[in-house]
Write a protein that binds this ligand. Structure first.
Ligand code: URA
Length: 504
């Protein structure tokens, strides 16, 4: 059942849709998650029935969640309305109130029906694209199925930058609504902003022109798509409130549902660099995402991928873009990064009906990479969105002034990495944010990262630090040495499982 539209909401194609999440509540209710939130959720559901509906005052809503009670649809809608209401207007929630509810949610969890209600309210906080709308289809040149991929966040996770043009080169239309770095993880928009002039906040006419030109456009949600998530995401980033199954689910799916996708692959990270460090929590998140998406009519499959080491050779914005250019142009490819990108892309081609099966998809993807077609799509997208005119040959990426190797303190085999600590090193170098809205330094980060299981002689580099000054480089070297465990030579290193798929 559709709720009334909030005042001021664009009366566009969104209004014509039946609420896609109505059935998702039923689907999601069937899922019992094995996460740390399960106990709190059960308490919340049980207590909710015993309490009369309270007022919609922010403090009352926060108190309910703090005390482990479930929020009803009206209370969740009041919270989401409060995220988008202008400061000083009725119903606006201040940053402290938003942070408090986010923290209460991290600690108390949400029942499946609350997660669905939150996803629905956040999706409808702005415009919802409808690709059956003739004007929109014409604006992007009547391209193929509307597909996308999203990751729950990691260190060195640059898959989106390769996957979007690759899938576009195979016939997909990829309006990829991406995010900024969150906590210790990097963000696709921050990476793209390392390209001078690239407009991550392009207005609709501009990103639609990029889609027409390139078949893909990686952009921010902008002011009109899921604006509630934009604000909540920024506050969660700096209030230690990222790690929450309902908040992550609503954040991701609100953007994806607002983009009106026809197919989605989710890359749910697990391991010590992920928000869901425990494999069972990551699988629970994957199941919830797939079920809530399916309930909304969005075909989605989720892969649980290992993040117990950085992905690829680099972490840090400009360095990651350079690594992607190497992959797209066939110059060099770190094997795990290439394999994950191809696995996610292949599944997306199958979901979108662009390949008959996995083998067919892999053959198409290999052709698009080897022929340079995917690189050409990336170049067109960057040019259309204001970045360098010839990004493949002259990406104009700024370099950090100080570069230092991180020497292995003794001989050994790289047996464990504190991947979260590695992400925090990139943040400390200036490559991520400690405060909402903080400017970041696109030049800094890490390169030449060695994988788990690598054998190193004393003094051989674990990786290389790129820093703004010598003091920052020195602090990073020490922190990275502390983050890496070198076991005696010959110690077998068992890599965690990587690549389970969860289907609807
Ligand atoms: N990615 C998102 O878009 N939102 C989250 O909450 C986490 C990862």
């Amino acid at each position: 059942m559709d709720d009334d539209l909030p005042a001021g909401r664009p009366a566009d194609t969104a209004t014509a849709r039946t609420d896609p999440l109505t059935t998702a509540a039923a689907a999601a209710t069937a899922t019992t998650t094995a996460t740390a939130t399960a106990t709190a959720t059960a308490t919340a559901t049980a207590t909710a029935t015993a309490t009369a509906a309270p007022a919609l005052l922010p403090a009352e809503i926060i108190r309910r969640k703090r005390d482990g009670q479930a929020l009803d649809d009206g209370q969740i809608q009041a919270f989401v309305d409060g995220l988008v209401a202008a400061p000083g207007t009725a119903g606006h929630w201040g940053d402290a109130q938003v942070g408090a509810l986010a923290m209460a949610t991290v600690l108390r969890g949400m029942a499946p029906a609350e997660t669905v209600a939150l996803t629905r309210a956040m999706t409808r906080s702005g415009r919802v694209l409808d690709w059956s709308d003739a004007a929109l289809a014409r604006a992007v040149g009547d391209r193929g199925p509307v597909l996308d991929k999203h990751s729950t966040g990691g260190i060195g996770d640059k898959v989106s930058l390769v996957l979007a043009p690759l899938v576009a080169a195979c016939g997909g239309c990829v309006p990829m609504i991406s995010g900024r770095g969150l906590g210790h993880t990097g963000g696709t928009l921050d990476k793209l902003e390392a390209l001078p002039g690239y407009a991550v906040d392009a207005a609709p006419a501009r990103w639609q022109a990029a889609l027409r030109e390139a078949g893909c456009a990686i952009i921010g949600a902008g002011a009109d798509l899921a604006p509630a998530d934009r604000r909540l995401y920024a506050i969660r980033d700096v209030t230690a409130t990222v790690e929450s199954l309902p908040l992550i689910t609503a954040s991701i799916l609100s953007k994806k549902l607002a983009a009106g996708l026809q197919g989605l692959v989710m890359d749910v990270k697990t391991g010590n660099g992920a928000f869901m460090a425990r494999a069972e929590d990551a699988r629970a998140l994957a199941r919830t995402l797939v079920q809530v998406a399916a309930g909304a009519g969005l075909r989605c499959e989720a892969r649980v991928s290992d993040m117990s080491q950085p992905l690829g050779w680099t972490a840090g914005n400009a360095l990651e873009v350079a690594e992607c250019l190497d992959l797209l142009c066939g110059r060099a490819a770190e094997p795990r990064l290439r394999a994950l990108t191809l696995a996610l892309s292949a599944r997306l081609l199958c979901i979108g009906g662009l390949a008959a099966d996995e083998a067919d998809a892999q053959a198409r993807l290999a052709r698009a990479l080897d022929s340079g077609a995917a690189a050409e799509r990336f170049a067109r997208m960057v040019r259309s969105l204001g970045g360098p005119a010839d990004v493949l040959r002259d990406p104009q990426l700024a370099a950090a002034p100080v570069v230092r190797d991180v020497p292995a303190p003794h001989d050994g085999v790289l047996a464990a990495i504190d991947t979260r600590a590695v992400g925090l090193v990139v943040v400390a170098l200036g490559g991520g944010r400690a405060r909402a809205g903080q400017a970041i330094d696109g030049r800094v980060g890490l390169s030449a990262w060695r994988p788990l299981g690598a054998g190193l002689a004393r003094g051989e580099p674990l990786c290389r630090v790129h820093a703004a000054d010598a003091a920052a480089a020195q602090a990073a070297v020490a922190a990275l040495q502390a983050a890496c465990t070198l076991a005696p030579v010959g110690t077998p290193v068992v890599l965690p499982p990587d690549g389970d798929w969860v289907n609807a």
